[in-house]
Design a protein around this ligand. Sequence first.
Ligand code: CU
Length: 178
Amino acid sequence: MAKNLNSVVFVALAAVTLLQSSVAATTYVVGDSTNWAIPPSTSTYSNWAANKTFVVGDILVFNFAQGQHDVSQVTKAGYDSCNGTGAISMQQNSPANITLQTAGELYYICSVDGHCNAGQKLAINVTGDSTGATPPSSTATPTPPSTTASPPDSSAATSLGVAGLSATFLSIALALWF
Ligand code: CU
């Protein structure tokens, strides 16, 4: 009895945690300890971005030595050719915090001479929503019908599904308790 109740409480907490994580944005410090500088390798920033999933609403933080670098958002052509002329935007104050507003490819370079060619350039792919998280594990409970019925792309439906699951767990907990 007590063991079952513990499982129910654990899964309910996991559901709440999932709900919160689907809402929270992630903040990324570009380059981590390298920050935004002439990197040790021309692949430093592509390696940094390679294992990350960027979602609309996430925040990029560019920390750099102010006056020595800038953060210029450019087109793919500007990125490929390291040409900051006609940049979409340029930030010269550090840290430059950039909230990812739309899905798609984003390109940033430092427009100071030679820096981009030395590898100070970043390309990322931003995906559209944050509901890609898997639904709560159902191994501890009978299969809840609401998770399989939820469309994966609707955050409202996912939230309702999680809320419904939490209510279900509460009912089970009460049923076990009394
Ligand atoms: Cu620079």
